[in-house]
Design a protein around this ligand. Structure first.
Ligand SMILES: [Mg+2]
Length: 407
C-alpha cells in the first residue's frame, strides 16, 4: 500500500479580524486547510509558505511532527525563533493536521491523543466596549468614559451582547492611550487619574456582569513596571480572571517582577513564539495563565506542548485567538485535549460573516459560548469558497487559491 503524498500547496488571502492567509495542502483528491494569524504581514507570510512548500511536496502528510520539525530546523538560522516564519509554519501545520485526519478518518483531537471535554468554553473579547467589524475602535481617541451616561451605556451594551450570546467569561481593554487622560506619547507611566479611570471602568463592568461571569482585563503590553504594579494592586479587589500583558513582552524578568507584587493572576504569551519561549516564561515564574496564539506562534502540537508544560506547573492554559472560524476550531481541538485548558478566546463578536465562512460538523462554530467537538475527520469543517471569495483581501494582490505550488 502506498503512503499518501503531498501533491500541491496553495494559499488565499481573506479578511477576518485582519488580513489573513489560508493555506490549503492537497494529497491527491483530499485536502486540508489551515489559517495563519490575521494581521501578520500577509504578503511576507505567503512568500514563506510558498518557500516552505517545496520541502513538503512528495512527503507523507500524516507525519505532522516530522514535517513541522523539518521546517522549523531548516529555518533555525533564518528566523525559526519567531515572527513571520513561525506564523507561516503555524498555518501549514494546521492544514497538515486537518489533512492527516481526513486521510485517516480521525478528528484532530483524536490524532492529538483524545479529548478531556466535548465542549470547549470560549471567552468573548469585548475590546473596549465599542469596535468595528475589523476589530478596530471606530473612534481611536478613547475608551468610553465610565463616568458618563453614554460611556456606561456602551459598556452595558457590550456586556449584555456577550451574556445574551451565552459567554460565561469576557475580556475588556483598559489601556486608553489616546483618551483625554493621556499625557505622553512615549513614556509608559500611568498617572493617578488613569489608574482611577481603570478602577472605575473595571468596577462598573464587574457590577454589570452576572456574578458567575469571569472578567479578564487586557493592558496590551503598554506600561512600565511600577505603573503596572500600581494598576494591578488597584484592580485586585475585583477578583479578575486575569490581568493580561501589563508590561511589554520582551523582558520576562520584568513581568515576573509585576507578578511578585500583585495578587491578580497574570496572563501572557500572545507575543511569544515557540515552545522554548514559554519554557523561559515558566522558568522565570512570570505568569499564572499562559495564552499562546496557536495560529501565530508555531501550531497546534506546539500549543499542546505548552499546555503540557503549563500542566506540569499546575497552571491553566487559555489560548489567545483572533482567528476566523478555521483557526478557532483548530485551537478548540487542542483545548479539548488539554486537561488544564480553561477558556479559548473568541474575538469575532463583531465579525458578522464569521459563521458563514465554513460548514462545521456540529452546526454553528460558536453557540452558547462554546465550541462543540465532533467525531468528524480532521478539523471537521469545510471552507465555503463563495463566502471566502466575497471577503478576499483584494488590495494585497495575493492569490485566492489560483496559483498552487505543485510537484
Ligand atoms: Mg492581549
Amino acid at each position: 500500500v502506498n503512503a499518501p503524498v503531498i501533491t500541491a500547496i496553495d494559499t488565499a488571502a481573506i479578511k477576518v479580524v485582519g488580513p489573513c492567509l489560508l493555506v490549503r495542502i492537497d494529497a491527491g483528491d483530499e485536502s486540508g486547510i489551515g489559517e495563519c494569524y490575521p494581521s501578520a504581514p500577509v504578503g511576507a507570510i505567503d512568500r514563506i509558505v510558498r518557500a516552505m512548500a517545496e520541502h513538503l511536496l512528495g512527503r507523507d502528510p500524516r507525519q505532522v511532527h516530522l514535517l513541522h520539525e523539518t521546517l522549523r530546523r531548516w529555518h533555525l538560522f533564518t528566523g525559526a525563533q519567531g515572527g513571520a516564519v513561525l506564523t507561516a509554519l503555524s498555518g501549514i501545520e494546521m492544514a497538515l493536521w486537518d489533512l492527516a485526519g481526513r486521510l485517516q478518518g480521525v478528528p484532530v483531537h483524536g490524532l492529538l491523543g483524545g479529548r478531556f471535554r466535548d465542549r470547549v468554553p470560549l471567552y468573548a473579547d469585548c475590546h473596549a466596549g465599542t469596535v468595528d467589524a475589523a476589530g478596530h475602535h471606530p473612534d481611536p481617541s478613547r475608551i468610553p468614559d465610565p463616568n458618563t451616561t453614554e460611556g456606561r451605556a456602551v459598556f452595558a451594551d457590550a456586556v449584555s451582547v456577550a451574556m445574551e450570546r451565552g459567554f460565561r467569561a469576557v475580556k475588556f481593554d483598559v489601556d486608553d492611550v489616546f483618551g483625554a487622560l493621556h499625557h505622553d506619547d512615549w513614556n509608559r507611566a500611568l498617572t493617578r487619574a488613569q489608574i482611577e479611570r481603570m478602577h472605575r471602568q473595571v468596577g462598573l463592568l464587574r457590577e454589570l456582569l452576572d456574578d458567575d461571569v469571569a472578567l479578564a482585563i487586557d493592558m496590551h503590553a503598554r506600561f512600565d513596571v511600577p505603573s503596572a504594579i500600581r494598576a494591578a494592586q488597584a484592580l485586585a479587589e475585583f477578583d479578575l480572571m486575569w490581568l493580561e500583558e501589563p508590561v511589554p513582552p520582551e523582558n520576562i524578568a520584568a513581568l515576573a517582577a509585576v507578578r511578585r507584587r500583585t495578587t491578580v493572576p497574570i496572563c501572557a504569551g500572545e507575543n511569544l513564539y515557540g515552545r522554548h519561549a514559554f519554557l523561559e516564561l515558566f522558568r522565570a515564574e512570570a505568569v499564572d495563565i499562559v495564552m499562546p496564539d496557536l495560529a501565530k506562534f508555531g501550531g497546534l502540537a506546539e500549543g499542546r506542548r505548552v499546555a503540557e508544560l503549563a500542566e506540569l506547573h499546575y497552571l491553566p492554559f487559555a489560548p489567545h485567538n483572533v482567528s476566523g472560524p478555521i483557526g478557532t476550531v483548530a485551537a478548540a481541538h487542542v483545548c479539548a485535549t488539554a486537561p488544564n485548558a480553561t477558556y479559548l478566546e473568541y474575538h469575532a463578536l463583531d465579525l458578522p460573516y464569521f459563521e458563514d465562512l465554513v460548514d462545521y460538523a456540529a452546526g454553528p462554530v460558536v453557540k452558547d459560548g462554546v465550541v462543540v467537538m465532533t467525531e468528524a475527520p480532521g478539523l471537521g469543517l469545510t471552507l465555503r469558497i463563495d463566502v471566502a471569495q466575497e471577503h478576499r483581501h483584494e488590495s494585497s494582490g495575493l492569490p485566492f487559491f489560483e496559483s498552487p505550488v505543485r510537484s
